[in-house]
Design a protein around this ligand. Structure first.
Ligand code: GDP
Ligand code: MN
Length: 397
């Protein structure tokens, strides 16, 4: 689950992490008020979307002006101007794709005088089984480029969960930034607070790019990208308000209502599968035969008819779907229940694309009978390979 920069900074601030002061705004008036409340002479006006690269992004609409999604204002009038240019317009960045995202909220921050920009992130390093910090003196730019062109500029420090960040760990990070003395001491305190925030808030990713040194020698988080681990949702009721459904995929929102594991993808073959492993294998074999899956979808073991029906409707509603592959291995899930859900969904929504069904396991005969009785035009398949070949042929042929 992703949240906006201003929300991420508020979370970090609650753990004592230094971030600039700021207020979110949904209207131009709120933006002007925010600048007045902040005072000072310089303000950063920042588009809030769930995608990075805003600084170098461009708005689609000419009336939004030439500047990017992060603008520096030297007069309160400019805060108002930038707010009116950003709000309601479409920001395209390297991460949004060409469609871009409509900016519906912005963040007004006190301007900071930047002397240096670093890159810092924390993530769950599955290989080491620990939280790791990734630090680089090459901040403010595209870290993927740094990793590719100058990998020696990136330092990864895994943190022992029993001790948390040690002084030796934070010293390595300070060394990666090329700082010492008081700044290294600030870095030590910062890393310990960030680690605390990361673990206690169940983050899966925290990226601070840039972490800045101000002209008066303070280490401050100038940007914050926070993702939470959705598996921990049950112990974070406070996440509910942080969620911005406008930034999430509609089909994924619908799927989450039914507790389906669904991820929208770019391909043309919709997949309805039970079991995450089987869903992965189904996606692989679709690719193997030369097509691309339109989604990952695991209806789960105990799927009832309503859940299957909802799942199938989500697939049917995807305009990119040119064919559907149902691949069910009935263990706990029963083939007749799955078949009934599919038939129900098709009766309500209709279906115009080819449908290949492979059913195997518990109650398979009853399942096949339900599909035969429905008169649905189904291409039957014997096994996974046969099913994949048939759906790819139907879509490509
Ligand atoms: P991103 O492009 O989506 O990652 O957005 P950032 O929050 O990282 O902002 C992009 C760039 O704007 C940063 O790398 C900074 O160089 C610059 N920036 C952000 N906030 C301020 C600020 O308060 N003052 C100044 N001078 N520059 C800022
Ligand atoms: Mn950034």
């Amino acid at each position: 689950m992703n949240i906006h920069e201003y929300q991420g900074k508020a979370v970090l601030k609650s753990f004592g992490v230094p971030v600039p002061r700021g207020y979110p705004a949904f209207t131009t008036e709120e933006a002007i008020d925010a600048a007045a409340k902040l005072g000072g002479q310089v303000w950063a006006v920042k588009s809030q979307i769930h995608a990075g690269g805003r600084g170098k992004g461009k708005f689609k609409e000419p009336e939004a002006g030439e500047k990017g999604g992060v603008r520096i204002a030297f007069k309160p009038e400019d805060v108002g101007l930038f707010a009116s240019q950003m709000l309601g317009n479409t920001l395209v960045t390297l991460q949004t794709g060409p469609a871009g995202r409509v900016v519906k909220r912005i963040y007004i921050e006190e301007g900071v005088k930047i002397a240096k920009e670093f890159y810092l992130s924390a993530l769950v390093d599955r290989e080491q089984g620990r939280v790791a910090f990734v630090a680089s003196e090459a901040g403010g730019m595209n870290i993927e480029e740094v990793a590719h062109d100058t990998p020696e500029k990136i330092t990864t420090v895994g943190i022992d969960p029993l001790t948390g960040p040690t002084n030796a760990d934070t010293a390595r990070i300070a060394a990666a930034f090329g700082i010492d003395g008081d700044l290294a001491a600030q870095c030590d305190a910062l890393i310990k607070k960030l680690y605390d925030a990361f673990t206690k808030s169940d983050m899966s990713l925290l990226e601070i790019n840039p972490l800045i040194v101000t002209e008066d020698g303070k280490l401050i988080c100038a940007d914050a990208k926070v993702s939470f681990d959705s598996n921990a949702e049950f112990r974070h009721p406070e996440w509910e308000e942080l969620r911005d459904l406008g930034e999430e995929n509609e089909k994924e929102i619908e799927a989450s209502k039914y507790d389906l594991s669904y991820i929208a993808l770019d391909g043309e073959i919709g997949c309805l599968v039970n079991g995450a492993g089987l869903a992965m294998a189904t996606m692989d074999i679709i690719k193997h035969f030369g097509a691309e899956p339109a989604n990952f979808l695991d209806v789960g073991g105990g799927a009832d008819k309503a859940k299957v029906e909802a799942a199938f409707k989500i697939i049917l509603s995807d305009p990119n779907v040119k064919g559907i592959l149902v691949n069910i291995f009935g263990g706990i899930a029963r083939c007749d229940v799955i078949a009934a859900g599919i038939v129900e969904a098709v009766e309500e929504e209709g279906i115009t694309v080819p449908l290949v069904v492979r059913l195997e396991g518990t109650n398979v005969e009853q399942g096949k009978q339900i599909i035969r009785d429905s008169g649905l035009n189904v291409i039957a398949a014997d096994d996974l390979e046969d099913a994949a070949r048939k759906i790819v042929a139907a879509v490509k042929g």
